[in-house]
Design a protein around this ligand. Structure first.
Ligand code: ADP
Ligand code: MG
Length: 410
């Protein structure tokens, strides 16, 4: 467990980190995000003591890092940065095996570990282990950087915009690989980025910083559902819009079925039907089939297994027309959310999508939106190719595959 305890950092007159007070649980993937200069790198480097706090403490499993032997501390924390810092005169295998060698692992165990890790990051050991970093593309070098950070199996990994210097296609690929690796290795990871898509794809929790201060530390869903202030919704909204959903319409991202009921249907009937349908949210409609509100099954106030049905009139429901463009709808999303506000009891379920006649088509849950921002929803446009490294065979091959498919698979 990593704990920042009221941490401040001054660089002369610059107050770069202001009262950082957060906890990273074991096995958690924490994303530090925010505009350039907000103190992300400074915060991260205080964990492995590349920077010392001016005041406050950083604790690992209850021990102040400033009291740990530096060598032990650093060898037990993997560190990945933008330009991986691979040693040019060492082969890929030697680079990956660096810390295991310092830790005096026997040669056979090191070799085994190198092969295992190269496999994990998607590089064939037979092809790459004896090459030198200059023989690899930028994206491949970043993979080696990740493998090296994992080599001695440290419980903590710090990553500072590790994919920031790679072209968009390679970046997407590396992000997805890290998402997969994260499931396999179960590390505590602190990951710095300014890319909201990356944050939503990878983060168990996201800590949004501004001018050295935490604006909000929450799950991706909570950031969407209840943004702490205008900065949060603008940051997510602007970033999400700049993700270019192209001509994706709200109706296309609507994936959660929404059973409908006459507005005067009794609670017990609604509860039974929702249970049968395996969902907690339904819509009520008037005789013309038009949306009049939503109904939600919530645990009964007195606890136990009993449930109650909560009704929310249309004016307290976020509604989108199915032909509205996601791109245009987005900036208003969080703002509307705050204005409408959760009305107590049931959690805010998301957005109801209706047709041109106001008839409900389905629900866009917050989970759907998280997946959309993370780039996991079918229909998400492939980014520009211009930045692609022409020397990177795997990138070119990846792009060709994607172009053939036309979309990123869900
Ligand atoms: P981020 O990683 O979020 O872009 P940094 O942690 O690198 O931000 O920097 C936070 C603030 O501290 C910025 O205003 C930056 O200019 C300042 N800063 C960072 N490192 C130094 C330094 N070594 N000396 C003086 N100012 C610094
Ligand atoms: Mg930085």
């Amino acid at each position: 467990m990593i704990r920042f305890e009221n941490v401040h950092k001054y660089y002369g007159a610059v107050h770069a980190v202001r009262g950082l007070d957060i906890t990273v649980r074991p096995g958690e993937f924490l994303v530090l995000i925010g505009p350039s200069g907000c103190g992300k790198t400074t915060a991260l480097k205080m964990v492995n003591r590349l920077i010392a706090p001016t005041s406050g403490r950083v604790l690992i499993d209850g021990t102040d890092v400033s009291e740990m032997p530096l060598v032990t501390l650093r060898r037990n924390i993997g560190y990945v940065i933008q330009e991986t810092g691979l040693f040019p005169h060492m082969t890929i295998a030697q680079n990956v095996a660096l810390v295991p060698r310092l830790k005096k692992w026997p040669r056979a165990k090191r070799n085994e570990r190198v092969d295992e890790l190269l496999h994990l990051v998607g590089l064939d050991p037979a092809v790459y282990r004896d090459r030198y970093p200059r023989h690899l593309s930028g994206g491949q070098r970043q993979r080696v950087g990740v493998a090296r950070a994992l080599a001695a199996d440290p419980p903590i990994i710090l990553m500072d915009e590790p994919f920031g210097a790679t072209d968009p296609i390679t970046r997407k690929q590396l992000q997805r690989e890290l998402a997969r690796i994260k499931e396999q290795v179960q590390k505590t990871i602190v990951f710095v980025t300014h890319d909201i898509s990356e944050a939503f794809l990878l983060g168990d929790s996201i800590c949004l910083l501004k001018d050295g201060e935490v604006v909000q530390h929450a799950t991706p869903e909570e950031l969407l559902r209840s943004p702490a202030n205008d900065f949060v919704h603008e940051f997510i909204g602007d970033e999400a819009v700049s993700r270019q959903f192209d001509y994706l319409q709200m109706g296309e991202i609507c994936r959660t079925p929404l059973p409908t009921f006459p507005a005067d249907a009794p609670d017990w009937q609604i509860a039974t039907a929702l249970r049968k349908a395996g969902t907690a949210v339904g819509a009520t409609i008037d005789p013309g089939g038009r949306l009049t509100g939503i109904v939600q099954v919530i645990p009964h106030a007195e606890g136990g297994n009993r449930t109650a049905v909560q009704r929310r009139p249309r004016e307290h429901v976020r509604v989108a027309r199915r032909d509205e463009l996601v791109r245009e709808f987005f900036p208003g999303l969080c703002r509307t959310n705050r204005a409408g506000g959760p009305t107590g009891g049931a959690v805010d379920p998301g957005l109801v999508v209706v047709d041109e006649q106001s008839r409900p088509c389905g629900l866009v849950s917050y989970d759907d939106i998280v997946r959309l921002i993370a780039g996991l929803v079918t229909g998400t446009a492939i980014e520009e190719t211009s930045g692609a490294d022409p020397e990177d065979e795997s990138t070119a091959a990846f792009f060709t595959r994607q172009r053939v498919k036309g979309a990123v698979a869900r």
